[in-house]
Design a protein around this ligand. Structure first.
Ligand code: NOJ
Length: 547
């Protein structure tokens, strides 16, 4: 029996979506790796948290060269995670609790172990199977130079050579060859894969690297332009980011989803400049797109206010609803990010230090305030597993346990993303703090015993209970309409926004206590003593009823 809410507003317009990085969520079979059995056993926890949907990172068959973003079979579940039958059981159990399920789709590249790439690699030069990928002769004498000067997002060149001398393109790791989306079979195959999962009743897709896929057919050199994923495509007419041809593909996918009714959705992971994002959100394209501006914003009221106002207006201008993200499996957890001093770059700091640039307590305090800012906004809020526990980045993982290709490919300049992917602590004791029956695939710090979900569940002042309470209040105060008014920010560092319901959220991102507007009562505050003598203390936030 489904108990999904059937209000006329499509559910995805104002959902709390919880991101599940399966490998690190919960381990049901004790092999140290999270799996579907573990996820199923924790659905009640997610229900108690009050989330509307889960987004599951890629769970398809994969050699896990890039945490599953290297898919070898899009219609099978990675055996380490479970089976299709277990995936089906999970989807129906989640639906019974009223929790929707979004799966990740990875169209820009496959795994090198995908049957298409195997066929291409094993076929002679010029064979049609090669044209499903970008496989080209090299430059220079004997073609020993790559076809272009493009570099991979993970470091090193974006081309690798096949034994027969031709080169294949991989914008990410060499194990992730880029598909050629000009080839009609590629689109046909992905439409069929979307249908496969829609038939299994998933509610939506998170589309990976949604601004990739189309490449400039001229394959020009790029020079020293910055094309880092997080800095988006700053270059107009970039040879592999944000090309206009993408939109035709998206429209074809959208038609497939629409066949299944308006409750199925797609959200784009598109790292594009602000003025380009609405293009992805036109009525016949994506339902939503992640807005990463907040995640990239420093702890600064002016920046937050600007991002909130702009993202809300941009989404409204194309009839979409905004989305908000403070962290995910690709970036440093905010409890640590917000504790770093202004002159530390979170990308390189875990390698370069020094340690004294981190004020861990301040980071957590700000992360609590940020949760209130996030959950009161219109549209959908995406929470990354462990964010609700206030987990810090495990920035000091020893080199020998690191698994992310970024570490090796950047020649140790960047530690990579393992620090935000450490398995969750569920209980205060046990070999992996309740993650599983044995030790976990990445080591958890000892201090995580006190951050365990079971410990926080019974502590009124915990981050977990802050999230639970705020999500509960959100349903009453923040989802009825999508209107928002963002207050002007002055030098005090006070961020204020008001919602149509009479909710006003105030955050103090400055250094001195700030005045609160007149209100009937305080609905929730990020710390028990956030409000003192009618003023809000620094690094705290509060929800007020001004109705
Ligand atoms: C974005 C994903 O979030 C990231 O984890 C992955 O490495 C790249 N896309 C490549 O698929």
């Amino acid at each position: 029996m489904m108990s999904l809410n059937t209000e006329p507003t499509p559910w995805w317009r104002n959902a709390v979506v919880y991101q599940v990085y399966v490998r690190s969520f919960a381990d049901g079979n004790g092999d140290g790796i999270g799996d579907i059995a573990g996820l199923r056993s924790r659905l009640d926890y997610l229900n108690d948290l009050g989330v509307d949907a889960i987004w599951i990172n890629p769970w398809y068959k994969s050699p896990l060269a890039d945490g599953g973003y290297d898919v070898s079979d899009y219609r099978q579940i990675e055996p380490r995670y479970g089976s299709i039958e277990e995936a089906q059981a999970l989807i129906s159990e989640a639906n019974e609790l009223g929790i929707r399920v979004i799966v990740d789709m990875v169209p820009n590249h496959t795994s090198e172990e995908h049957k298409w790439f195997q066929e291409a690699k094993d076929s002679p030069i010029g064979h049609p199977s090669r044209s499903r990928y970008h496989i080209r002769p090299g430059q220079g004498k004997d073609g020993s130079e790559p076809p272009t000067d493009w570099s991979s997002i993970f470091g090193g060149p974006a081309w690798s050579r096949l034994p027969d001398g031709e080169w294949y393109l991989h914008i990410f790791a060499p194990e992730q060859p880029d598909l050629n989306w000009e080839h009609p079979e590629v689109l046909e195959e992905f439409e069929s894969v979307l249908r496969f999962w829609l038939d299994l009743d998933v509610d939506g897709f998170r589309i990976d690297v949604a601004h990739g896929m189309i490449k400039d057919p001229e394959f020009p050199d790029i020079g020293d332009q910055d094309h880092d994923l997080l800095s988006s495509s700053r270059m107009a007419d970039h040879p592999f980011w944000d090309r206009d041809g993408i939109h035709e593909i998206v429209r074809a996918w959208r038609k497939v989803l629409d066949e299944y009714g308006e409750d199925r959705m797609m959200v784009a992971e598109a790292w594009v400049p602000r003025d380009r994002l609405p293009l992805y959100l036109r009525p016949d394209e994506y339902h939503q797109s992640f807005n990463f501006d907040l995640l990239a914003a420093p702890w600064d009221a002016g920046t937050f206010a600007d991002v909130i106002a702009n993202a809300s207006a941009a989404a409204a201008s194309v009839g979409s609803s905004p989305t908000w993200v403070l962290s995910n499996h690709d970036i440093m957890r905010e409890a640590t990010r917000y504790g770093l001093s202004d002159d530390a770059d979170w990308r390189t700091w875990p390698v370069t230090g020094p340690v004294n640039k981190l004020n861990a307590e301040l980071g957590v305090q700000r992360a609590r305030a940020a949760a209130l800012i996030l959950l009161g906004l219109p549209g959908s809020s995406y929470i990354y597993q462990g964010e609700e526990l206030g987990l810090p980045e495990v920035w000091d993982l020893p080199a020998e346990v690191l698994d992310d290709p970024v570490w090796e490919r950047s020649n140790g300049e960047q530690k990579g993303r393992d620090g935000c992917r450490v398995p969750l602590p569920w209980t205060a004791d046990g070999p992996s703090y309740g993650f599983g029956a044995g030790s976990a695939w990445l080591p958890q710090p000892d201090e995580w015993a006190k951050l365990a979900a079971s410990v926080q569940a019974v502590d009124d002042g915990s981050m977990l209970n802050l999230f639970r309470e705020t999500i509960k209040l959100r349903k009453q105060w923040a989802t009825a309409d999508e209107t928002i008014t963002v207050g002007l920010v002055d030098r005090s560092g006070r961020l204020t926004y008001a919602r149509g319901s009479g909710l006003v959220c105030v955050a103090n991102m400055g250094t001195k206590p700030v005045k609160l507007p007149e209100h009937k009562r305080v609905l929730i505050q990020s710390e028990t003593d956030a409000v003192m003598a009618g003023r809000l203390v620094p690094n705290c936030a509060v929800w007020l009823d001004v109705s």
